[in-house]
Design a protein around this ligand. Structure first.
Ligand SMILES: NC(=O)c1ccc[n+]([C@@H]2O[C@H](COP(=O)([O-])OP(=O)(O)OC[C@H]3O[C@@H](n4cnc5c(N)ncnc54)[C@H](OP(=O)(O)O)[C@@H]3O)[C@@H](O)[C@H]2O)c1
Length: 222
C-alpha cells in the first residue's frame, strides 16, 4: 500500500483515479478547496484534505503533503481568467513540485495535455494561450526537477465511460495518433498504471482513446 495524494481531488479525472487507487488498496488523500466537495471525495474511499493550492505557500503545501509517497497533479483553473490560469496551472503546480521535493515525495505524475510544449504556436489572442503557456512552463519545470516524474498528455477529454484501451503516440504532438478524444476515466486508468510502473519515469505519454489495453500500452513503453 502506498500513500498517494491527488491535487485537484474533486476534479473529474481525480475522482475516477481515487476510486481506482483505493480499490487497489492505496491510501489516497485528495486535496480540495471547497468543503462542500468532501462527501464526494470520501465516497471514493479517499480522505479529503482542505487545501486551496492557489493560496498555499510551498512550505504550507509541503506540510499538507507530509507522509505521502506519490503525488498526482490533476487540478486546473478550467478556463478561468488568464490570471487564474497562470496562478493555478503554472504557479501552484510549480509550488507543488517544490513542496513534493521538500516533503520527500519523489514520485510525481502530472496531468497535462496532448501537444503540451513551449513552442505551442498559439497567438496571445487565442483564448487558450494562457493555458498553453502555463502548462508548458509547469511541465518544463517538472522535467528539470529531481522528482521521478511522468507527464500525461491526453487529447480533449470526454465524460464517456472507460473503454480501457488507448493509443499512445510515438511522435511529439501525437501526429501519429487517431484524431480521437480521451475518456476521463481512461486518463485515470493511465495514471493508475503509470503510478505502478517506475519504467514510465521521465516520460511524456501522449495518448487518445484507442484500441490497446491500457496495461499493455503502458508496459510497451519499457
Ligand atoms: N478539458 C480537456 O479537454 C483537457 C484535455 C487534456 C488535458 N486536460 C487537463 O486535465 C486536467 C484534469 O481534467 P478534469 O476534467 O478532471 O478537470 P476538472 O474536473 O476541472 O478538475 C480540476 C480540479 O482542480 C481544482 N482546483 C482549481 N483551482 C484550485 C485551487 N485553487 N485549489 C484546489 N483545487 C483547485 C478544481 O476544484 P474546484 O471544483 O474547487 O474548482 C477541480 O476540482 C485539467 O486540469 C487539464 O489541465 C484537460
Amino acid at each position: 500500500m502506498t500513500n498517494i495524494a491527488i491535487i485537484g481531488g474533486h476534479g473529474k479525472v481525480a475522482l475516477h483515479l481515487a476510486r481506482l487507487l483505493t480499490a487497489d488498496g492505496h491510501k489516497v488523500s485528495s486535496l480540495i478547496r471547497n468543503p462542500a466537495h468532501a462527501d464526494d471525495v470520501a465516497a471514493t474511499g479517499a480522505t479529503p484534505v482542505l487545501a486551496d493550492i492557489e493560496n498555499l505557500s510551498t512550505d504550507e503545501l509541503a506540510t499538507a503533503l507530509a507522509g505521502q509517497d506519490a503525488l498526482v497533479w490533476s487540478a486546473g483553473a478550467g478556463g478561468g481568467s488568464a490570471e487564474r490560469t497562470y496562478a493555478v496551472d503554472r504557479d501552484a503546480a510549480i509550488r507543488s513540485m517544490n513542496a513534493a521535493a521538500q516533503a520527500g515525495i519523489y514520485r510525481y505524475v502530472m496531468v497535462s495535455y496532448l501537444g503540451s510544449r513551449a513552442d505551442h504556436g498559439a497567438s496571445p489572442d487565442d483564448g487558450m494561450f494562457a493555458y498553453y503557456e502555463a502548462k508548458a512552463a509547469a511541465d518544463n519545470y517538472l522535467r528539470a526537477t529531481s522528482l521521478n516524474w511522468t507527464i500525461l498528455g491526453p487529447s480533449a477529454l470526454t465524460l464517456n465511460p472507460a473503454t480501457g484501451a488507448i493509443s499512445v503516440g510515438s511522435i511529439p504532438g501525437g501526429s501519429d495518433l487517431p484524431r480521437a478524444e480521451t475518456s476521463r476515466e481512461n486518463v485515470a486508468l493511465v495514471a493508475a498504471a503509470v503510478l505502478a510502473d517506475e519504467n514510465t519515469v521521465g516520460r511524456f505519454i501522449e495518448f487518445t482513446d484507442g484500441d490497446v489495453p491500457v496495461g499493455e500500452a503502458i508496459a510497451a513503453l519499457r
